[in-house]
Every structure is written in C-alpha cells, then in structure tokens.
Design a protein around this ligand. Structure first.
Ligand code: BGC
Length: 496
C-alpha cells in the first residue's frame, strides 16, 4: 500500500522497524468520520460491480455448457472433465471395513468406515490440521506425514488381531486436487489449487507417491481408489438419497461431479468401455474461464487476488466463489477505501493491510449479526484489527459482505445450471448433494443458489434442490473403495 495515503498506514525503517503514521486535517476532528451518506454513495458503486443480472447469468451458463462438452471431447482442456473410473451408483448393499485418508485444503483426516448396508454406516476419525509449511514443502514428505498419521490411527483405533496376518485393509485416498487418471488407483497431479505449493508433485502420480510412503511405514493397506472429494460426495449422497445426480463442494475450493454415459466421453473411446456404462466425472470446474478470462465478470479486486496468488491466471471461477478468496476480496475493497481516505481516518490500519488476514468466516458473521448496533462487526474490527467503526461503516461492511457472498452463490448456481441443462435434468428435477464450509456455514448461501437457479430457469428452477451432502471424503471414499473391490473381484474392467 502506498505511504502517501490520507489517513493512516505504516512505514518500515531501514533497520526493519515498523512505524505507524496517520494524517488528519482540521475538518476531520470528529473521528471516526464516515457518514451514512458517503457510505451509501460508495455502496452503490460496489452494487453495480458485484451484481449479476439474470441475463448475464444465462450467458455464463451457455459458455459453461460448451466448456463442459469440450472437456469431454478432448484431453488437456482448461476444464478437464476427468473420468474417475467410479462406475455407476452404489447399490446401498456395500458392506465391510474400509480406511479413508482425506487430504483436503485445510486438514488431513483419517477415517475407519464400517459400511453396514441399506445406506447405513459407522465412522471413527481423527483430524490433523496442516501447517502452512506443510502446504509448501516437499511432496514425498507430505505423503510420509499422511502415512504416519494413518499408522498412528490404526495403532490406536483398530484392535489387535482385527487385521489378520497377511491381510490388507482396502483404503480410499481422497485427494481433492485435479488429477488426471488412467485408472482408479492412479492420478497425475495437474496442478495444485487452494494455495498449495508443495514441490516435486505436479505432473507426478500422487497415488504412487502415497503408496511409497505407505510401504516405508509398513502399513497393511491396499490403496484401492484415489478419489476427488466431489466424486466421494456424489456417491455418498446417492447412498443415502438416491435422487442425487450432482455433487458440489463450496469450501476452501469449489468443484462438481456428476454421472455421465461413457458414450458421451469422446476422449475415452479407446479404453474399450461400453457406451452405455456410466462413470462419475470430476469436472474440476474451478478452472472455468482460466487464462482467457472471457466469460466471468471480474472486478479489479478479483484481478488483484488472481495476480497476487501463487497461481496467476488459474482457477478463475474458484477465485470468485470459494472460501479461500471471499474474505480477501472484501479486504481489498476496504483497503481501497482506506487509501481514498473514506474509512478509519486517523486510525492505524496496518493490521488490515496484510493479505488474507480477513477470514471468509468474518463475512458470514457480518451478514448474520442480529443486533441493531451490529455488535459482532464492532467485535471483529476492534478485536482482530484494532480499529473503531461507525454504525454507517458497519452497515456498509455488512452490505458489502452480502454483495460478495451473493455473487459467489449466484455464480455457483450458474455452474449447477450448466450441468443440469447439459444433462437435461430440469423437467424431472434432481437433488444436488452439497458440502463445504461456505455451503454449510455461510448464512443464506443455499437460498441464494436456489434464487439464482430460478433467475436462470424461471419457475422450473425450483425442480433443482441442493441439500447438505453426506460426508463424501470419508464415507464416500469408503463406498468407492468397496464398489471398486467388488467390480474388480467380479472381473469387470479390471485394467482400470
Ligand atoms: C480442487 C478440486 C476440489 C475442490 C473442492 C478445488 O480447488 O481443484 O479437486 O474438488 O477444490 O475441494
């Protein structure tokens, strides 16, 4: 941020010390000073920047549909539409004990899932928070850590003697990053997303890397399936609610999966799979409109988020929607208004100036503040950023959070609508299993998706209903491991 701003900021001395400064003039003595009128004027500007009209949404849906089709026809497309080798829906009769390791954007989770048939299951799990260093270190080291956690989990949760001499438990590995798969127990990492920058991993088979770590730790498991969280969510949601046809994740990242007829997957014809066989497709739709930026309405704040990320140009759709980025978008707007001398005059705002300090969880809290005085917003700004706010500013922040959250939900509706429309699900309707922190915790996110679907499709949009999905990365992973084992035992498409 430039030091020439009216208001406040920080300077770093040659010896590395940070000095706070602020500038004020005689007419700004009644601080904090942003008034209802100035804030309302500013809000109008942001309203026009962040609002998506139904017409614009329908244009996005059309472009999205074409992109999905292209990904099915040809290899190496921006939205890769990855065949997952998860064949068809679960029967609900899957049974047995399965392990699942889930490497997500924030945590590593290890689960033991007992499938009891008839859509029932039991799950025991442990969670480990990933440190920022682990997200940037060497790939093999990260997989060694996953194996260690699995070993500790097995030692403390599985009774001695349960695993017989020579027996190996089947393991589903949920790896929620784009991987192109040649078979279900293989996956070449296309690129890291969600801020991960682990080295020596892109372009390599992450299943093989994990198997190497499992071998080193001498763990009695067989990696049966490498799965994406959306694929797991699709299968787990269908296991308990057979009307589910699409699964979506709106969390740190965003993505969708659905079931496709292999006859429509032109690029996989050489695999020798029957045209009427069904397979789950991991869309990796977070990459929609990457690099070219032709279809999505990006503001200058979105462009800054993109350009300052560790992957400029990539995950263009995800950067407008997912939990990793929404707080940062709002922070950039706030910083602009500080620079313009509108907000927090005379106060030291350095705490707001560090990238990614404004958590997306703050947006949900701001939107759901039930008090007239917006006390929760006072709390956020005084506690985390040491600045005082006026009521007018707080009302403005709440309205801004709403604009950013609403845009994310309406864009999410565009993605869902593209799959619905491509697959012809609108008339008969369908359930969409949805998961992720944004979907589960952001107030009104689901309602806004539903409103968006009506804006796109008219009244028929009501036929498409999202619901909170079953745990895809744990339970879904186990069901897929079970389905895969059954398929291979039955001798069906054993080469994939
Ligand atoms: C990843 C997807 C994942 C999604 C949700 C995205 O960043 O590329 O593989 O499904 O996040 O976790």
């Amino acid at each position: 941020m430039p030091a020439s701003r009216r208001g406040s900021g920080t300077l770093t001395t040659p010896s590395g010390q940070t000095l706070a400064f602020h500038t004020r003039t005689h007419d700004e003595e009644d601080l904090p000073h942003a008034t209802k009128k100035t804030m309302a004027d500013h809000l109008r500007k942001y309203e026009s920047l962040f609002t998506l009209t139904p017409q614009r949404m329908r244009m996005i849906v059309e472009a999205f549909k074409d992109t999905l089709e292209l990904g099915l026809q040809k290899h190496d497309q921006v939205v890769p539409m990855i065949p997952t080798f998860v064949f068809g829906w679960p029967t609900g009769k899957e049974r047995g004990d399965y392990l699942a390791v889930d490497l997500g954007g924030t945590n590593l989770r290890v689960c033991l899932v007992t499938l009891q048939g008839e859509g029932k299951f039991e799950i025991t799990q442990s969670k480990y928070r990933l440190s920022e260093e682990q997200k940037q270190e060497d790939g093999q080291k990260l997989f060694d850590f996953c194996a260690e956690c699995l070993k500790t989990f097995i030692d403390s949760n599985i009774k001695e003697g349960t695993i017989k001499e020579g027996q190996e438990l089947p393991l589903g590995f949920t790896f929620s990053y784009p991987c192109s798969q040649e078979r279900i127990d293989h996956g070449q990492l296309i690129r890291w997303t969600k801020g991960f920058g682990v080295t020596n991993t892109e372009g390599r088979d992450v299943a093989a890397m994990f198997i190497e770590s499992l071998g080193k730790a001498d763990i009695p498991v067989t990696l049966t399936a490498l799965i994406n969280d959306t694929t797991g969510t699709l299968i787990a949601s269908h296991y308990v609610n057979p009307r589910t046809k699409i699964a979506v994740i709106f969390g740190t990242g965003c993505n969708a999966a659905y079931m496709e007829k292999m006859g429509n997957v032109e690029k996989s014809k050489s695999l020798g799979i029957k045209d009427d066989a069904e397979m789950a497709i991991n869309c990796e739709w977070g990459a929609f409109d990457s690099f070219e930026h032709e279809h999505l309405p990006r503001t200058k704040y979105d462009k800054v988020v993109d350009e300052t990320s560790n992957k400029p140009g990539e995950q263009a759709f995800e950067k407008l929607i997912s939990g990793r980025y929404l707080g940062e978008i709002l922070r950039l707007v706030i910083c602009e208004l500080i620079d313009e001398g509108v907000l927090f005059l005379g106060q030291n705002t350095y705490k707001l100036e560090a990238p990614y300090v404004f958590d997306t969880a703050f947006l949900s809290l701001m939107e759901s503040d039930p008090t007239d005085e917006l006390l929760m917003i006072i709390g956020i700004f005084t506690h985390f950023f040491a600045v005082e706010t006026t009521l007018a500013e707080r009302q403005f922040f709440r309205a801004l959070a709403m604009l950013i959250g609403k845009r994310a939900a309406r864009l999410s509706a565009c993605g869902i609508a593209a799959i619905v429309s491509k697959m012809g699900y609108l008339e008969e309707g369908c359930s969409v299993g949805a998961d992720g922190s944004l979907y589960n915790k952001y107030p009104g996110f689901a309602d806004r998706i539903h409103e968006g679907l009506i804006d796109i499709f008219g009244e028929k949009g009501k036929n498409i209903v999202t619901h909170h999905a079953e745990d895809g990365s744990g339970v879904g992973s186990a069901i897929i491991a079970a389905m895969t084992k059954e398929r291979k035992d039955a001798g069906l498409y054993t080469h994939v």
